[in-house]
Design a protein. Structure first.
Length: 270
């Protein structure tokens, strides 16, 4: 069943946040946050699925990504956490289930630590909770490229890192759509979010998270399976789900397996 989305722009301290709502606004809310160099469009399949099962799904474009405008770059995860809370406040949502991937997962840790009363559960995907020096260093080069050539110069290398060449060649329509989204990301938005990633420092505190938590990671996503296994060991009662033959965006390259895990998180059949 196709669920019609409502698109609205909400003011923020940095510009405006584009929000896409799916389903009945009176239903329990699910907030979905995306990766850097992407947009809430990456969640379109899962948003439709959840809305068709009776959820009110809120997908927001991060500052400077998708339809959101950033006149000022976020310099820390706390800025992105504050944006999420501002969206929930503007929509009158007291509490939401939170689904975040990569950058969205990183800020999700901060949201759970600073505002646990606003969350019903956490589903965090392909995200680490800290950025050690070896993980921080590549972002300096990416920032320099973006400032010199724009985000279009980062689009192809990023997608190849996320999916691998074979997947992109086998799914040209998906590849082109993702390339366009990445290339259209504003430099201000990308640089600010990259700096926020470099300052990520929640690992020592994730043991404080007491919410129902599912951690999802693609088996082929570099060091992240190991990083999320460590996080799983620190969050009491959390569930770790590893998606076979998946990269950094398992909801796109292995959607059926991802959706099954997502539905288990929500206690519903796929």
């Amino acid at each position: 069943m196709q669920i019609t989305a409502q698109n609205i722009a909400l003011p923020s301290g940095a510009g405006s946040i584009q929000v896409h709502r799916h389903g009945d606004a009176r239903a329990p809310a699910v907030y979905m946050a995306h990766s850097i160099l992407s947009s809430s469009a990456m969640w379109s399949k899962q948003a439709q699925l959840l809305a068709s099962r009776g959820w009110h799904v809120v997908c927001a474009d991060t500052r400077g990504h998708g339809g959101s405008v950033a006149h000022e770059a976020p310099s820390s995860m706390q800025h992105l956490v504050a944006d999420t809370v501002a969206v929930l406040d503007a929509l009158g949502i007291a509490k939401a289930h939170y689904v975040g991937l990569s950058l969205g997962g990183m800020s999700g840790f901060g949201l759970a630590l600073a505002h646990p009363d606003r969350l019903a559960s956490l589903c965090l995907c392909d995200a680490r909770a800290d950025t050690p020096p070896e993980a921080s260093a590549p972002w300096n080069e990416r920032i320099a490229i973006a400032e010199r050539e724009g985000c279009a110069a980062l689009a192809q290398p990023t997608l190849e890192r996320w999916f691998g060449r074979d997947f992109l060649d086998a799914h040209p329509d998906t590849a082109q759509r993702l390339l366009q989204v990445a290339a259209s990301t504003s430099v201000v938005g990308f640089v600010g979010c990259a700096r926020a990633i470099q300052g990520l420092d929640y690992l020592a505190r994730v043991s404080e998270i007491a919410l129902p938590t599912t951690l999802i990671v693609g088996a082929n996503d570099g060091v992240l399976p190991q990083a999320m296994t460590e996080i799983h060991g620190r969050i009491s009662g959390s569930v770790l789900e590893v998606i076979a033959q998946a990269g950094h965006l398992p909801n796109i390259d292995q959607p059926e397996a991802f959706d099954a895990v997502l539905m288990r998180h929500f206690g519903a059949p796929a």
